[in-house]
Design a protein around this ligand. Structure first.
Ligand code: ZN
Ligand code: ZN
Ligand code: FE
Length: 758
């Protein structure tokens, strides 16, 4: 007799029915059951059958399952079982918890929805053991229906029979239900409930007529409208108060995607995978310009739940705008009352609670590799497996924007779903809830250390301090750009790296604003061997919202105030409210009043964008730099723009004033698009040059931070680094933007506390 413990993603993925079938096939007796996050199997039978069973277990498991380890031990006894059984969950026991993420509806379930003779015909919540929600409905472990938000829906007789039939494809499918016993949709016009017989059909008709409809889905809520009419898209912009931020699209099928965007093989594979992320694709011309204004790509996803397939079934449209429904800066709404207060024309809502909201994941191919802009639905709470074997449990809270939390336990890094901008109280509360949820799902009993950013003013730092007191854990601060590089090191399993860390903003160890850094890093320490040239930001934070101010700040290194006045008036007057604002900026520069310094790469890209009339204002994070990337794609980087590297303040700096001055000169002579591409290239070249200087033999170089989403810049840096015969790394498992900061913080702190306790 053998006792087998299987660890990995083995709950809620049809693992037990698979074990049952495999045991029966091999003439074995015994049982299988869920423990609090492993699966326990007891088998009794002939030695050769046992061997076959173990082979089948490893090689033929269900598609959603992922096995981390199989531990089989001989056990005394035998003969107690006359057959093979699926037992109820054991709620005590081992705790190496991994629960699966939400995945898209499977092909079989989708077919049932459109089969007139099936009892689930046109029923939106149809799921089976291989598909549907997991993470978003789980309240506690082990994963059983009574600990999910499905507990409020008692199964009808037929559903109960399927659920308990060991050979049924809905055997122990916790969210299974049908029209008779499961959740239902209803439709509201304003806040009046309509007595529609078919709310989904009514919603589709409203969409076809150009209305805006809030749609509560599986793990969150979308605002939807047609993609084909500018007016509807602009109306949605008004509701969400998002003048420019790109919207995602849900397309009916691959054919519909190909009409509006270019689709490579790799992109198609990701788009159609069971994780169904939003993939950023190159736009074709026939799309409303208001969906992703000024950008070359657009985020597209395919239907991933029954409700989506049904909406398209009743609608004539090839695609809908589908954007997360939220008050700007706050988390996506998930309660029916909140959805109604957003006041869309129609709201299609249902009566199942969403326990853990989970935004759509967003992925972009950068330099040929899939990079997460947002790692959420379809991936969370899957851990990222690290090479670190760490005995302490570490909680990290991220920075301020695009926040995620990370819980590091053993060699698993559990990164939370996307939380967002924590300057708002509601989002901070959401972060706290996401943290407690992570703790619950991983069954971590003691937090040993809490990692936060170095910035004294972040709400996450405050929250981290409170939590560290509560958990009686150490509070440790991590530098932002080091955390970006540590995140890259952790996911790629390297111990030392020359890291290029470029983004918009991060608090430096000298109290200044950093954002264009070359950091020779290990996990526990880093040396700042280079950076971009410090530039002043006239008006402080205002200069991040008004890129033309950065033009003034940077060029003040090269020109007198009189010359600067002429340059600004001639080249980017539109970037200021009026000439009066230029005078204020000039005074700030002259008196060095409210002009903090920054080495931010984002601010330099902003200045290039303003100088080339690409973007004069920032209405969302990264806007000018993203629009510059799109603009530069239309040009060629053939103009020679100098990347001057000098020694300054004990480190190498890239003279960004030289680059901006060259842009000013070249724009008189060359196509703006070509100037944009060449200026980006100059910055990339300069950064790579500094990195190369810092590389000792055999070291690797890597690139992280939000600027590492820029395809042209990444390619240019990689080419230069590889020319030296060195390895070049970028992030593919966690976001290189601030969504990956929590992972880096956790990795840093894990090394810090293990090296001090030795
Ligand atoms: Zn299914
Ligand atoms: Zn039912
Ligand atoms: Fe950052």
């Amino acid at each position: 007799m053998y006792r087998i413990i299987v660890r990995g993603i083995v709950q809620g993925v049809g693992f037990r029915p698979f074990v049952y079938r495999t045991a029966k096939k091999n003439n074995l007796r015994g049982y299988v059951r869920n423990a609090a996050n492993s699966v326990e199997i007891l088998i009794d039978g002939k030695e050769s059958d046992v061997r076959n069973f173990l082979k089948n277990l490893k090689n033929e498991h269900p598609p959603l399952a992922e096995i981390f380890s199989v531990n089989a031990k001989y056990a005394a006894g035998g003969g107690e079982y006359d057959d093979f059984y699926v037992l109820k969950s054991e709620s005590m026991g081992e705790t190496d918890s991994v629960i699966p993420p939400d995945v898209a509806i499977c092909e079989k379930c989708r077919e049932e929805i459109f089969d007139k003779d099936d009892r689930r015909y046109l029923y939106p919540f149809t799921v089976c053991t291989d598909c549907g929600p997991r993470f978003t409905i789980i309240e506690a472990l082990p994963y059983d229906r009574e600990r999910t938000t499905m507990k409020e829906f008692a199964m009808c007789k037929k559903c109960a029979t399927e659920y308990s039939g060991a050979l049924d494809r809905r055997f122990r499918a916790e969210p299974t239900c049908c029209e008779k016993c499961g959740p239902r949709y209803g439709i509201f016009k304003g806040n009046k409930k309509l007595s529609s017989e078919n709310p989904i059909k009514a919603a589709a008709e409203a969409l076809d007529s150009g209305a805006i409809v809030a749609i509560k889905g599986v793990g969150g809520t979308h605002l939807a409208t047609k993609t084909t009419e500018d007016e509807a898209v602009l109306e949605i912009r008004k509701i969400l108060n998002r003048p420019q931020k790109p919207f995602a699209i849900m397309a009916r099928d691959v054919e519909a995607v190909e009409k509006i965007a270019c689709l490579s093989k790799r992109e198609k594979k990701l788009l159609t995978s069971f994780r169904r992320p939003i993939v950023l694709l190159k736009k074709k011309n026939n799309l409303s310009e208001h969906i992703a204004p000024g950008l070359h790509n657009v985020g597209i996803m395919l239907p991933y739940a029954g409700i989506h397939h049904l909406l398209f079934y009743y609608s004539r449209e090839p695609a809908f705008v589908m954007t997360s429904a939220n008050v700007p800066g706050e988390p996506m709404v998930i309660e029916n009352e909140e959805i109604l207060t957003l006041n869309p024309e129609y709201s299609l809502v249902h009566d199942r609670r969403i326990k853990n909201r989970c935004d759509d994941s967003v992925i972009k191919f950068v330099d040929g590799k899939a990079a997460f802009l947002r790692r959420s639905r379809g991936f969370v709470p899957l851990p990222i497996k690290l090479k670190i074997e760490n005995e302490k449990n570490i909680l990290a809270l991220g920075a301020e924007l695009d926040v995620t939390a990370c819980l590091l336990k053993g060699s698993s890094a559990f990164i939370s779903q996307y939380v967002g901008n924590t300057t708002k109280l509601k989002t901070l509360e959401y972060l706290e809830a996401a943290i407690y949820n992570l703790i619950e799902l991983t069954k971590v009993e003691k937090i040993d250390a809490v990692a936060v950013d170095l910035h004294p003013g972040f709400n996450t730092v405050q929250l981290g301090a409170e939590l560290s007191k509560k958990f009686d854990a150490k509070l440790i601060k991590c530098q932002h750009h080091h955390a970006h590089i540590a995140s890259l090191m952790a996911e790629s399993g390297v111990e030392k790296i020359v890291g290029i860390s470029c983004d918009g903003i991060g608090y430096g160890t000298d109290g200044k604003v950093w954002g264009g850094e070359i950091l020779v890093s290990s996990f526990s320490a880093f040396e700042r061997t280079g950076s971009l040239m410090p530039q002043i930001m006239p008006g402080g934070d205002l200069a991040a919202n008004k890129p033309a101010r950065m033009v003034a700040g940077i060029l003040s290194k090269k020109y007198s105030v009189q010359e600067l006045r002429k340059i600004l008036t001639k080249n980017c007057l539109k970037g200021f409210k009026n000439e009066k604002e230029i005078e204020i900026v000039l005074k700030q520069i002259e008196r060095r009043c409210n002009t903090p310094e920054t080495t931010s790469a984002g601010r330099v890209l902003d200045a290039i964008a303003a100088l080339l009339n690409v973007c004069y204002g920032r209405t969302y994070e990264g806007e000018p730099a993203m629009k510059l990337e799109a603009f530069a794609l239309k040009g060629k980087p053939g103009i020679e723009i100098p990347a001057v590297v000098k020694k300054f303040d004990g480190r190498y700096i890239l003279d960004t004033a030289e680059i901006i001055d060259a842009v000013l000169e070249m724009k008189e002579e060359f196509k703006y698009e070509d100037v944009a591409a060449s200026a980006q290239k100059a910055m990339a070249k300069g950064l790579a040059e500094i990195a190369v200087k810092a590389i000792k033999k055999n070291a690797a170089a890597g690139f992280s931070g939000g600027v590492a989403y820029n395809d042209a810049i990444v390619r240019c840096i990689r080419t230069r680094i590889e020319k030296e015969g060195l390895k070049f790394l970028t992030q593919t498992k966690a976001p290189c933007g601030d969504g990956g900061i929590s992972l880096g913080q956790a990795a840093v702190v894990s090394h810090l506390i293990s090296s001090t306790s030795q």
